[in-house]
Ligand binder design. Structure first.
Ligand code: DX5
Ligand code: ZN
Length: 223
């Protein structure tokens, strides 16, 4: 299944509830929540209290992208605030294996993220332990950056590796995704598409519908 995950970082923080309802009503299934600590990435975004407050606004899947050093410190708290899927960076975990186990033990789906320049080999051994791999297509830290084209080949190689292992794991792509480059990411093997700026700039509901149309057309082309 192909899923759109609007990144709340691209929304207007003056009226988050309104923006969330707009993307939910238009059919987006995940809400991508970017937690930044000012250490793993330069910026600081929002954390547990905001996630907890938003939980009552929507039934969307809360897909929490932890751009945080040693995220194991926060896994249980983030889960308690309503995260359904917790994604940690391989580069940020001293003990990636135990952090991924901790996420599943807390009852959430486990994701592992890779910065653009981090090779796939960094997560090869933990692929059977995760529900999703996030291939970053910008250097994490800010919305509105330019897509890095070499990450398309990384998605392809990852899908091939997962196929070889007989795993049907989700591949998420995050950063600089637009209506124009989304299709090549689907072709490469991604199935969870994050979009911040290209969803929330302008009419968010309309933009979600346009992304879902691209997904539909792609899926119909496969039949
Ligand atoms: C970047 C974040 C992204 C960001 C994407 O570090 O992880 O989720 O919000 O925003 P756009 O789609 O504008 O690149
Ligand atoms: Zn993100």
């Amino acid at each position: 299944m192909i899923v759109l995950a609007p990144s709340l970082l691209g929304a207007d923080f003056k009226h988050l509830e309104q923006d969330i309802k707009a993307v939910e009503q238009a059919g987006a299934m995940y809400l991508h929540l970017d937690v930044m600590d000012g250490a793993f990435v330069p910026s600081i975004s929002f954390g547990m209290p905001v996630i907890k407050a938003l939980r009552s606004c929507t039934d969307m899947v809360f897909d929490v992208h932890m751009m945080v050093e040693e995220p194991a410190r926060y896994v249980d708290a983030v889960r308690a605030c309503g995260a359904d899927l917790i994604c940690v960076h391989a580069e940020a975990c001293k003990h990636l294996d135990s952090t991924l186990r901790q996420i599943r033990a807390a009852g959430a789906k486990a994701g592992v993220a890779l910065n653009p320049a981090t090779p796939l080999s960094a997560v090869e051994l933990v692929l059977p332990m995760v529900d999703m791999v996030l291939v970053m297509s910008v250097n994490p830290g800010f919305g509105g950056q330019q897509f890095i084209p070499y990450t398309v080949d990384k998605v392809k190689a990852l899908r091939q590796k997962l196929d070889e292992l007989g795993l049907n794991t989700d591949i998420q792509v995050d950063g600089g995704v637009t209506l124009t480059n989304a299709e090549q990411l689907l072709e490469a093997g991604a199935n969870v598409i994050v979009a911040g700026t290209s969803v929330f700039k302008g009419d968010a509901g309309e933009n979600v519908r346009k992304f879902l149309d691209v997904f539909d057309r792609y899926e119909r082309g496969l039949e």
